[in-house]
Design a protein around this ligand. Sequence first.
Ligand code: PHE
Length: 357
Amino acid sequence: MADSVNGSNGGEPSPDDRINAVKDAALAALAVADSADALQEWRNQYIGRSGEVTLLLRSVGSLPAEQRAGFGQAANRLKNELEGSFDTRQAEVTAASGPAGAIDVSLPGRKPSGGRLHPITQTVREITAAFGAMGFQTVEGPEVELDRYNFNAMNIPDDHPARDMFDTFWLDRVDEEGARSILLRTHTSPMQARVMEAQDPPIRVVVPGRCYRYEATDASHEWHFNQVEVMAVDEGITFADLKGTLFEFARRVFGPERKVRFRCDFFPFVEPGVDMAVDCFNCEGDPACRICRGSRWLEILGAGMVHPDVLRRAGYDPERYSGFAAGMGVERVAMLKHGIDDIRHFYANDMRFLSQF
Ligand code: PHE
């Protein structure tokens, strides 16, 4: 048909025949190209810089003038068509062979990445387990607390200067007298009073929980953190019980070689009050130790004998019962254990940090 339109010139194939011949050969070869190498070869042979279609285009000048435009357009159409066919075929070949070009059946299976506990949760569990082994029961209490438990029951009256120690998040609620009365607890100590109100001695409890303080954040302060409160109340509890229990806790959590150091400290709800340090588990007094900075001692908690007024307020007779209490910062314990230098890492949710634990 094409011959009759364009006129045959004897033995020479017509321009349309030349184009169709290249097209048929190219499509047939493309259909069997089944690898990246074969595709590349095909590309060179047909649509590359010295490929057959390019040669067709270059031959336009040698045609009779009246055929040039039609032939040039047809050759260009063929080039576009073959480029499209090439892309399609390349996508098929890639999909069939997989992204790496081959399937390695000996590759081990992919391990699903399992979840794990946050390092602070792990530390809370370690601490409560250490006390649990000594007969302490774990209980929890409210994070939104009454002023009365957070401060008053803890021997911190409204006008007591010790309230300055706790910069408080108050809730927008006032009592009948117009005073703010609900807050985010600033420590877990209010649970001392709640536990004593709810049960009779003997008491041995640990209370893990979140606490909040309205203060600027830096490498060692967060506005939100976790504490574990410890309390034992019974007849005849003495300071020796406090020391023995906390010593054993330090050995269990920081290692069997630990020594402990007690120094006087003040908290309104204990008398006498102390803070406790354990000797550094990381160094031999090396001034470059990143955990104790050469001081050899790590302060980890506040403690003391439960103040007689706190016992009395909870309805216990301080002549008959005595007790000890302690409170520690969980983040601090975790930082010391793992040599972490910034508390903010715990709450930045960076998997590069979290997946180390
Ligand atoms: N509640 C105190 C604090 O937050 C710690 C503490 C608890 C001290 C129990 C003594 C006894 O700093």
